[in-house]
Design a protein around this ligand. Structure first.
Ligand code: ZN
Length: 217
């Protein structure tokens, strides 16, 4: 910790003061209720990218969405290998304890993680020097092959195909979790794919039957 002046922290504190003066006061009853517990109906898997904040895009109130954000909005497959399975822990809590009704995987345009998966520019780097990201986005290696084959590894057409394919990878991996598979089968849980195009601000939803992402009008 440091007491050095920080324009970044000042900016955050300024925002916090506005929140306390407006957002918190007007929603005080809601916050009181939320202090007793949360009952979100939906879980969102989104990218850590600063441009795709789910609560901003979906304009929801506190308590409405259980959110996991990580590089490229990825869900790893069900794994019991040693390690710290953060996404799996969040999924387990959302599905088994909160009993969310829907899980939405939201990819996005201009995703740096997906681009790196496509170019493989971080491959072989050390942990802390790109290696953690390289290892994480290796989850997309299989999906990358047909994209790279059809579109190459550079340019927006190839990148967008990789971004859309990544959403499908996460949806597929969600179904490797026995508790999720069971709930989907029983009709207690729905999985959805979405894509937020940063350039035009349009949200697309995946049509499970056609495999196409269609913009919401
Ligand atoms: Zn991203």
């Amino acid at each position: 910790m440091t007491d050095a002046p920080s324009p970044v922290l000042d900016h955050l504190v300024g925002g916090y003061r506005r929140f306390r003066a407006s957002g918190w006061v007007t929603n005080r009853e809601r916050w009181n209720r939320l202090s007793e517990g949360q009952q979100p109906q939906v879980m969102i898997i989104s990218c850590s990218d600063s441009r795709v904040d789910p609560s901003q895009i979906f304009d929801v109130d506190p308590g409405e969405m259980f959110v996991v954000r990580n590089v490229a909005a990825l869900v790893p497959p069900f794994e019991t290998t040693p390690g710290h399975h953060g996404v799996s822990a969040a999924l387990e809590f959302a599905v088994q304890v909160l009993k969310v009704k829907e899980i939405v995987v939201m990819g996005h345009g201009m995703c740096g993680g997906c681009r790196a998966a496509l170019t493989q520019e971080l491959r072989g780097t050390e942990p802390g020097e790109g290696g953690f990201v390289a290892d994480w986005i290796a989850l997309l290696d299989e999906a990358r092959e047909p994209v790279a084959h059809a579109h190459g590894i550079e340019g927006r057409a190839a990148e967008r195909e990789m971004e859309l394919a990544a959403v499908k990878v996460s949806l597929k991996n969600l179904m490797t979790f026995p508790c999720i598979r069971r709930k989907v089968r029983d009709g207690d849980l729905t999985l959805r794919g979405a894509f937020f195009a940063i350039s035009d601000g349009l949200l697309h939803l995946l049509d499970e039957k056609t495999g196409e992402f269609t913009p919401i009008s």
